[in-house]
Design a protein around this ligand. Structure first.
Ligand SMILES: NC(=O)c1ccc[n+]([C@@H]2O[C@H](COP(=O)([O-])OP(=O)(O)OC[C@H]3O[C@@H](n4cnc5c(N)ncnc54)[C@H](O)[C@@H]3O)[C@@H](O)[C@H]2O)c1
Length: 316
C-alpha cells in the first residue's frame, strides 16, 4: 500500500488513476481546485466516479496558494506525489499564455517545494508529447526534446520539466517525468478531438477538422494508468518516459473509425491551426525496456469503449 497524493485527481486522467489506485488498496488523497477550464459539474461527476471505488481525502485547493499547499503536504505526509494538475489545451494557451505560467509552472513549483520539504520519496510529473515540437514522420525518443516548442502550453510543460529537475537536485527525491500522448477514453476531456467528435455525433451536430493528414498517437486511458503505475514501482532516481501507443492515426482514419459508429456524421473542414503540431508519435523503447510498458488497446477497440460510455453519459 502506497500513501499517494494525486493533484488534478478530479480531472480526466487523475480520476481514472485515483479510482484504480483506491481499488488496488493504496491510500489516496486528491488535491484539485475544480478549475473551470471545462465544466465544474463534470469534474464533480468524475470525483463521484472515483468515490465508487472507496474513500479518499479531497482538498479543493488551488496549488498556486503556497501556504495551503504546504499545509496539505504537512497533514498528508505522502510517500509519492503524482502531479497531474494543470490547465491543458494548446488553443487556450495562445489566448491566455500567462495563465499557463501560473497553473502549469508556478503551481508545479509550489508542489515540488512542498513535496521536498516534507520528505516525499518520489515525485511524478505529467508532461506532454507537445514538448517535442513540430516533428514529422518519425517516432520521438525521450532525448529528442530540445525546447523548440510551438505553443505556450508546450513551453509551460517544458519549463515545468526543468523545475522538476532543479527540485530533484535540491531535495534528492526520485523524479519521474511522464510524457503522455493524446489520451482518450470514457470521461475523456470534452475539449479534445475524440470526446468532442463523439459528443457532437450523438447530438447529430457536424464536427470540424483542422488541416489534412495530421496524425496523433492516441493512447487509451487504461494504458496510461498502467504506465503510471509501472513507473511508480520502478526503481530510478531521475527518468523521463514516453507513455503513448506508438501507432499514429491520421485525422482521416480517426473520423472513418468514428463514422462506423455514426454513419451519418457530417464533417466540416478548416485550415490547420497555429500551435497545433502536425504529427505525434512516441518511441516507446525506453518504457518497454524499463517499465515493461506495452499499450494493448487498439484505436478501434478504444473508440468502441468510449462510444459506449458516451451513449450512456449523454443519454437524457
Ligand atoms: N489528456 C491528455 O491527452 C494529456 C496529454 C499530455 C499531457 N497531459 C497532462 O496530464 C495532466 C492531466 O490532464 P487531463 O487531461 O486529465 O486534464 P484535466 O483538465 O481533466 O485535469 C487537470 C485537473 O487539474 C486541476 N487543476 C488545474 N490547475 C490546478 C491548480 N492550480 N490547483 C489544483 N488543481 C488544479 C483541474 O481542476 C483539473 O481537474 C495535465 O497535466 C495535462 O497537461 C494530458
Amino acid at each position: 500500500m502506497v500513501k499517494v497524493l494525486i493533484t488534478g485527481g478530479a480531472g480526466f486522467i487523475g480520476s481514472h488513476l485515483s479510482k484504480n489506485f483506491i481499488e488496488k488498496g493504496h491510500d489516496v488523497a486528491i488535491v484539485d481546485m475544480l478549475h473551470p477550464y471545462y465544466s465544474i459539474n463534470r469534474k464533480k461527476q468524475q470525483l463521484a466516479h472515483v468515490r465508487q471505488a472507496g474513500s479518499f481525502r479531497f482538498y479543493e485547493v488551488n496549488l498556486l496558494d503556497e501556504v495551503k499547499t504546504k499545509e496539505i503536504f504537512e497533514v498528508e505526509q505522502p510517500e509519492v506525489v503524482i502531479h497531474l494538475a494543470a490547465i491543458p489545451g494548446v488553443m487556450q494557451s495562445l489566448e491566455k499564455p500567462l495563465e499557463y505560467v501560473d497553473y502549469d509552472v508556478k503551481a508545479t513549483i509550489n508542489t515540488l517545494k512542498a513535496a521536498g520539504e516534507v520528505g516525499v520519496k518520489r515525485f511524478m510529473f505529467a508532461s506532454s508529447s507537445s514538448v517535442y515540437g513540430d516533428h514529422h514522420e518519425k517516432a520521438m525518443k525521450e532525448e529528442m526534446a530540445n525546447g523548440k516548442v510551438i505553443s505556450p502550453y508546450a513551453a509551460a510543460k517544458y519549463s515545468a520539466e526543468a523545475f522538476c529537475h532543479a527540485y530533484q537536485s535540491i531535495f534528492g527525491y526520485s523524479l519521474t517525468i511522464l510524457r503522455f500522448f493524446t489520451v482518450y477514453g470514457p470521461w475523456g476531456r470534452p475539449d479534445m478531438a475524440i470526446g468532442n467528435f463523439i459528443q457532437s455525433a450523438i447530438h447529430h451536430e457536424p464536427i470540424t477538422i483542422y488541416g489534412q493528414h495530421t496524425a496523433r498517437d492516441y493512447t487509451y486511458i487504461d494504458d496510461i494508468v498502467r504506465g503510471i503505475e509501472a513507473a511508480m514501482w520502478h526503481n530510478h532516481q531521475n527518468e523521463t518516459f514516453n507513455l503513448g501507443s506508438s501507432a499514429p492515426v491520421t485525422i482521416e482514419q480517426l473520423t472513418t473509425i468514428i463514422q462506423k459508429h455514426f454513419p451519418h456524421l457530417k464533417i466540416e473542414r478548416e485550415v490547420s491551426r497555429i500551435g497545433d503540431v502536425r504529427n505525434t508519435w512516441a518511441d516507446l523503447t525506453k518504457a518497454q525496456q524499463l517499465l515493461s510498458y506495452n499499450p494493448s488497446v487498439t484505436i478501434e477497440d478504444g473508440i468502441a469503449r468510449t462510444v459506449e460510455w458516451a451513449k450512456g453519459y449523454e443519454a437524457p
